[in-house]
Unconditional design. Structure first.
Lengths: 114, 116
């Protein structure tokens, strides 16, 4: 186990709704990255938060947004859900700024949009 | 820019035989390379990591990978497959931290099947 936890484990929403996914990072880590994994594909980078600031963003629209809290936990928010948002959402924590880039993943949240 | 190509979408081996999962990479920087494994309905587990210290990297569960700069390859091997090795394997390259936060770029994955 990596010590990275995510909630909820599963979620069903309808198109147009909003969703918030949560991630608790491994103790001592200051960076959280979020990835979207569609069925049968490799994960795609959404964005990363380092010390409560966004520190890089992938090719995702602005309706994907996030937060990082002082305890380094994080939220991913998705507004105006679309059917294609159905995926496994993974968060990963790491200790950045010290030359260590290994990211440790949580178990994921599986989102189904109907 | 960084990218990875996993040359096989599916590999099938018999239990006790060697495993070879192939990966080629492209990177504008001195790369950090990883192999992650994903068992069904689970998150990603780090198998091993290369960061220029040694070209032959040993990981967990008997896996190892060799970094070959001249061939831009980072193939994953294991001498003897076990039934529990059946899973999806991802070859990954990371951007430097100062470039897009060290984001991970994943290959499409190789599904490993192990036959009794």
């Amino acid at each position: 186990e990596t010590g990275v936890t995510q909630s909820p484990t599963h979620l069903i929403k309808t198109r147009g709704q909003q969703v918030t996914l949560r991630c608790s990072s491994q103790s001592g880590h200051n960076t959280v990255s979020w990835y979207q994994q569609a069925l049968g594909q490799g994960p795609q980078f959404i964005f990363q938060y380092y010390r409560e600031e966004e520190n890089g963003r992938g090719n995702f629209p602005p309706r994907f947004s996030g937060l990082q809290f002082p305890n380094y936990s994080s939220e991913l928010n998705v507004n105006a859900l679309e059917l294609d948002d159905s995926a496994l959402y993974l968060c990963a924590s790491s200790l950045s700024g010290r030359g260590s880039e290994t990211q440790y993943f949580g178990p994921g949240t599986r989102l189904l949009v109907l | 820019a960084q990218s990875v190509t996993q040359l096989d979408s599916h590999v099938s081996v018999s239990e006790g035989t060697p495993v070879l999962l192939r990966c080629n990479y492209s990177s504008s920087y001195s790369p950090s390379l990883f192999w992650y494994v994903q068992h069904p309905n689970k998150g990603l587990q780090l198998l091993l990591k290369y960061t220029s210290a040694a070209t032959l990297v040993k990981g967990i569960n008997g896996f190892e990978a060799e970094f070959k700069k001249s061939e831009t390859s980072f193939h994953l091997t294991k001498p003897s497959a076990h039934m529990s090795d059946a899973a999806e394997y991802f070859c990954v390259v990371s951007a430097p931290f100062y470039n897009q936060g060290g984001k991970l770029i994943f290959g499409q994955g190789t599904e490993l099947s192990v036959k009794p």
